[in-house]
Design a protein around this ligand. Sequence first.
Ligand code: FRU
Length: 514
Amino acid sequence: ANMEYLDSHRPQIHFSPQEKWMNDPNGMVFYDGEYHLFYQYYPDSTVWGPMHWGHAVSEDMVHWEHLPIALYPDSLGWIFSGSAVYDEKNTSGLGEDGNGPLIAIFTYHNSEMEKAGRQDFQYQGIAYSNDRGRTWKKYAGNPVVPNTESIRDFRDPKVSWDAEREQWLMVFAAQNRMMFWSSPNLIDWTFESEFGQEFGSHGGVWECPDFFPASVEGEGITKWILIASINPGGPNGGSATQYFVGDWDGKTFTLDEDFRKEVTNEQAVWLDYGRDNYAGVTWSNIPETDGRRLFIGWMSNWQYARDVPTEAWRSAMTVARKLELHRLSSGYRIFSTPVKELKQLRTSENMLNGDVVSATMPLKAFIAPASAPITDRSKGTYELELEFTLLDKEKAGSFGVILHNSSGESYRVGYDPSEDEFFSDRTKSGDTSFSDKFADKITIAPRNADAETIRMQLVFDQASAELFADGGATVITDIFFPDQVFNQISLFSETENTVKLSAGKAYALKRIWD
Ligand code: FRU
């Protein structure tokens, strides 16, 4: 692999494995100044296979240090997705010298049992580390949650400390629903309840839950959020992540009455309306003094993840995001925005004030010339903060941002006032031949009706775009594979004199690997 991370399509501001196959983020825990990121990893190929947990750490969720593989398959099975916690009080007894261990909770996937036609081939196990996550031992009494009822698709445990009830809480996916279990010690688990069969989208199996309390911004009340990834069945095909807002009494999750209406009859509310943010969950053990709920997702889609045109490695993670719960006139919504730590990558700020947007307006100032050396990754790696005001709502056509290159390839993202929709168009974005599902334009109806101007924060990398619209109320994450880096960027409007950029800033971003 090219350890300079200069291979074509290689993300420059997103985490990607040095080489080989990666999918879901796993085991995210903050401990002793480090954000741990484990991930579904197959070290022998660039397509999915017997799963391990790859490992990286970061002090800022932006710059990453690769560490050796943390968990290998063993006689109980491959190591599927899961979570990690700091067992501060050593409830498990697996700590050393009076210190609490880090505990990883994961799914064993037993492919031999699966081949033999059994249904009980997935079950939950744990491993522990007493050296800041550097080495891990599997617990000798695994599995801690056997699959006694032979439920096919029984996986992806997310564990957290339920502070109010002083117990560990585990939520995992059981085919078409989520199960809640509790434990005093991370070893002995009791079934509490299940949720979801009659709510949300069920176009595929449920996977990779997360479950946490969130205070409603500006209201001083707390709600619980249940995140449920689903594949297939996403709003734009393939994989996507939905969520539910409700209350937790220590045993049962009850949907909020108003939110219930939005998730009946197969309706769903999605965390991200793009095609490439899957299986994302949040970090555990974030200090109370920080107080943020921090998220990262896998920036791909099972529809084509195995086929995308990268060579040494496959897949990247989204940028780390802060999640907040807001109550809008349309209901409870999670707002996602890039973590503030990402700002350290900004260079060469450009103010873009006051212009009426016309056909295509190149943002020349901070774009490196096509002849710039590839290490000058201001080519293709940008962040924009834009606020648009409509001058003529009746006449206004689509407007937004276009990335392009000298091969005539382009990617467009923006807003269409006539439909009241955001869109992401990768039909002409470069190589799309690897999947007949890839080249398309998606549109997203639900925008924050409470917002007066149209705000778009955009993060662009070599092979991805992330749109955080209306302050994070509507999010689109999409990947693409241009034959050459998108070294040109423009604002565009399909109609003249209809929309004004009331405020704007553009930054070239420094790459994270230097
Ligand atoms: C989600 C998922 C999980 C599973 C893992 C296997 O992308 O299917 O449900 O644990 O990937 O790699």
